[in-house]
Design a protein around this ligand. Sequence first.
Ligand code: 7TS
Length: 406
Amino acid sequence: MFDIQNIRSQFPILSQTVNGKPLIYLDNGATSQKPASVIESWEKYYTTINANVHRGIHTLSQLATEEMEVSRRKVQKFINAKNDFEVIFTKGTTEGLNLIAYAVTNFIKKDDEIIISYLEHHSNIVPWQMLCERTGAKLKVIPMDENGILQLDFLDQNLSERTKIVSLNQVSNALGVINPIEEIIKKTRANSDAMIVIDGAQSVPHFRIDVQKMDCDFFVFSGHKMYAPMGTGILYGKEDILRKISPFHGGGEMIATCSFEKTTYAELPFKFEAGTPNVGGDIALGAAVDFMEKVGHEHIQTHENALLEYAQKKLLEIEDLKIYGEKAHRTGVVSFNLEGVGIASDVGMILDKLGIAVRTGHHCTQPIMDYFNIAGTVRASFAVYNTFEEIDVLADGVRKAQRMLG
Ligand code: 7TS
């Protein structure tokens, strides 16, 4: 049974007031709130077993190491990776994408091609531009239409033996559009030998992931958008590719042997985990996986889809309100503007006075904003603890903003 009050009661932050009003947190695309089980897991680590991992033979170090590896196996199961050593702890999606873009450098030559999409977050644009600068490769971009739907015939015309990387998100953070990655991966495999990178930052919080079924080469996401602490994230990579590519950071933990003449690298996953990791956070990420599994993906998805549908209906009742990507298949996000009324941040400030947290601006997706010829949008993004009543308050707040700014 899905009991929303029971779920809400697990999130301590939700019971407070902001600006004298009950908090309505609709900025989950930026970061989600954390359930007590995640906070307690983090606290328990620091109050009972804090020690550096994989190093000491002392008891605490062994316990910390064990707990971190338990968490790695939870994540492995969560995304259905074949092996636990294909799961690498990072500090988030941005680090994961930069790691890949750096680690594949030796495989990219001048005039090779890297394909991304119009719907990418800056963190899935800039690392590839930097790779192009290093190697002389070219960046190509799958275009979108006015509904935020990617135009896949571009792939038919552009995939070739020159395509070395195809990297795109499964869900757009700015619009919530769900991209047809199964079809994109199929087309890519049929027409090139490209490595396929999927940015799952906005999909992992909402639906079940199966990296083997998906048949991607890399899959990256952030812990903090899926109920885990900030500074946590995962890079999944297929074993054979992880073995081939170079490490990103050099340092402790990632070496097998080190001398001034020659250094050899550690086995997977440690080859990609240089330095002291975020042990407490990585363990608490395992608790966030437990939380999501306990609620159940089916319940999460059903509830969030209902919230999205309701929000879209309520907001579209407001005159002169435009939802971007309205007709696309979406999850978790409504991105909108009041036409002819102020700028997005003015609306956001009025909503904040009403205790409603939304994000306004370009959402680190400036090309999408340029496409629509706008500076930004108001974005409400949902998590499993949001309610229909909160959406009613949001819609009333938007009407109020419209009256005040009109
Ligand atoms: N990719 C996507 C699709 C994202 O939504 C984000 C963060 C990132 C990558 C980067 O993740 P990070 O955890 O490394 O920062 N998106 C947002 C957002 O929509 N509002 O704030 C951060």
